[in-house]
Write a protein that binds this ligand. Structure first.
Ligand SMILES: C=C(O[C@@H]1C=C(C(=O)O)C=C[C@H]1O)C(=O)O
Length: 400
């Protein structure tokens, strides 16, 4: 076994490449993430080789990384990676100074070799045939889906719907996962940068702007994020002007959260916003909701809200069940883990679960990009298509 910082390992990229390629080849489950505004890259490895599924009762789970698909599972369970190994790398300090805190490398290979091993390990050969079920959506089909959504809203069946689509991007022979992680980390300081690999389930890389629930000590936090426009000019946050359509669209998500609080008779919450926030080259409207779990005597609020919130009207629609049925019937897309939820649970005493957005499912030769757009009565189908193009690009442009 080599020490973590063998002289031959000269960079973070090389270290990560050696580490990840070895674990993926071994059939281990891996999650790597960087929380918004954090300087730490966190690494969690489940070495059991087993796909674990758990009830998402966060307060009772060991330290790990939780992954739940968009669709509710019949048994209500989520995938779970248990932290057999967990460590973090301070991105502001040379790797050589952190050798004692990080896992050692078992095998040293070149950057190119690691990139190749990683690509080949994304999809289990036995699962290869399932990739055929993922079909890219044409502009014509998406525009007509949005149109159907608008009609369903006008006829009073729905208040809001969030149709999504899949776009495929061919990866070049030189595609290097580690370089993509690095470029996401440095380009999107406010996003939850995440990579996870669950053999037989999927390998995903993303930069989510949306927290579903977060708990830190006694503090509970959630947000309503919706409304999208391109960031323009030198000071995009100042220059943003929102139309009635976007204001309503985001207000519906806030109302959805408040309705969830009402269902559990929680009256003491702090709501701030909406304010304009930057996510990559896009602007959104965001409201922040905070609860003191101790003062409200609600220690299990994280799990309770997780169950009530997912999928929110930011990624599904309103009313939820009707929106869900609409998507099942007309969207014709296996969303898989897109618009599900992902994130560390009970890692260093904190749980940060994000909506799996601005993300790609990786295969050896192609990336499957997923994006949706909130549709209301006043939506323009062409514009919604453009919005999904911009959302796909947030990840797409970092996959070379
Ligand atoms: C559905 C997506 O994003 C969600 C939908 C938004 C919208 O409709 O404006 C904005 C932010 C997200 O809550 C996506 O990124 O694919």
């Amino acid at each position: 076994m080599h020490k973590a910082l063998d002289l031959k390992i000269e960079s973070l990229e090389h270290y990560l490449g050696c580490l990840l390629s070895w674990h993926l080849k071994e059939g281990h489950h891996v999650a790597v993430w960087r929380l918004p505004k954090s300087n730490f890259l966190q690494v969690l490895i489940d070495k059991s080789g087993k796909t674990k599924r758990v009830d998402p009762i966060l307060e009772e789970l060991p330290s790990g990384f939780i992954v739940h698909p968009f669709e509710d599972q019949q048994d209500q369970k989520a995938f779970f990676l248990e932290a057999d190994s967990y460590f973090k790398i301070d991105l502001n300090i040379p790797l050589a100074e952190q050798a004692d805190q990080i896992d050692s490398i078992k095998e040293i290979k070149s950057l190119e070799e690691n990139a190749g091993i990683l690509r080949k390990s994304f999809v289990n050969p036995k699962e290869q045939h399932t990739l055929g079920y993922y079909k890219a959506c044409t502009k014509k089909d998406f525009v007509s889906l949005v149109q159907k959504g608008i009609e369903a809203i006008k006829s009073g069946q729905l208040n809001k719907i969030v149709p999504a689509r899949l776009k495929k991007k061919t990866l070049s022979e030189e595609f290097d996962l580690v370089q993509s992680i690095k470029s996401l980390v440095y380009t999107y300081p406010n996003a939850f940068i995440n990579f996870f690999h669950i053999p037989g389930v999927g390998t995903w890389l993303g930069a989510s702007p949306e927290i579903l629930i977060q708990t830190r000590g006694d503090a509970f936090y959630t947000m309503s994020l919706a409304g999208t426009q391109k960031a323009r000019g030198d000071n995009p946050l100042k220059n943003a002007a929102w139309t009635q359509k976007e204001i309503e669209e985001q207000a519906l998500v806030s109302r959805y959260i408040v309705d969830c609080f009402k269902k559990i008779r929680l009256r003491e919450y702090d709501e701030q916003g909406p304010k304009t926030v930057l996510a990559g080259n896009l602007l959104h409207l965001r409201s922040d909701f905070k609860v003191d779990m101790k003062a409200t005597n609600f220690p299990q609020l994280g799990s309770v809200m997780l169950k009530l919130l997912h999928p929110t009207s930011a990624v599904c629609g309103m009313p939820r069940n009707k929106a869900f049925e609409f998507l099942r019937e007309f969207e014709k897309l296996n969303r898989s883990l897109f618009a599900g939820y992902i994130g560390p649970a009970n890692v260093e005493g904190e749980t940060s679960i994000f909506v799996n957005l601005r993300t790609a499912m990786l295969t050896e030769k192609e990336a499957f990009l997923f994006a949706g757009a909130g549709v209301t009565e006043d939506s323009n189908p062409e514009k919604e298509w453009e919005e999904t193009e911009m959302k796909c690009e947030i990840i797409g442009k970092h996959l070379k």
